[in-house]
Design a protein. Sequence first.
Lengths: 141, 181
Amino acid sequence: MIKKSMYTATLFVIALTLLGCATTQERLLDSKEGQVKLRSIQTRVFDTTNKEKTLRTVIATLQDLNFVIDKADHIIGSVSATKLNRYALRMTVSVRPRGEAQMLVRANAQYQDKPVTDPKTYQNFFTSLEKAMFLEAHSVQ
Amino acid sequence: MTYTKRILLYSLLSVILLFSFGCPPRIPPDALKLTEKSIEHRQLQTRIYDTKDEAKILASCAGLMQDMGFNLDESETELGVLVGSKQRSAKKASQVAASIFLAVLTGEAVPVDDKQKMRLSIVTKPAGEEQERISVRVTFQRIVWNTQGQICKKEFLDDPEIYQEFYSKLSKSLFLEAHKI
């Protein structure tokens, strides 16, 4: 009887170990996430060549969404910000030229200690950004 | 308890545990959605000044941040961004008194707010039809730790009086009148 209980307990421990099996490398490089799919969820293109205006609009949108800016860099074209609302949501948005007439905007978010992979959340962000840009956001395939 | 029953109980427990592991807290669906409150907040947090000199406004803001005891963490003049933070005590006499009262009653110490990190970002932006004015928007947030060292509050600060006081100070240091949006 005791043997059998031990057996069950061992199985249980093995199951738990298997569950928590993401290695440090996988967590560091997020290598388990579908990177190509995620990139397209996180990216939109706007028909403008004005990098500064795009960045300033991204910053204004983040402020509209109750974020406090952490960092901004015009040359690299990136902005990071944190939203505290009982939870912590951190975002980095980067802006770079795409071809001759467009700017590519990519956003990635982290909710508490998890990456955000839900397309709807990014869609909401780009909808908010579109309103401030007065431009339509195109998806990239 | 028979052996089968025990196995059933174990499996049930494991299933519950596995579910609780597999369901991390989800991001609230409206976390990145603009709401009616967003415009209200924008009005509360923004003022417009009749000047074209963005650098002068940023310099005054940086000075004001120092007056308020904030340390500058980050600045990007090209995009009109200043970021600062400070650490302060978060102790409140009323909370401490309530905690002592409860401790006397129950014999257990109740953690109270202890320390806080307060952050702000100030963003300036050319405004007006011909970009002849500068808009300034400030946002504040804080993280509070309790006496057990755990984070007990993560919040943005939207008390209108904070913003009124901030802009009345900024207007004084700029010698300019602030316009609401």
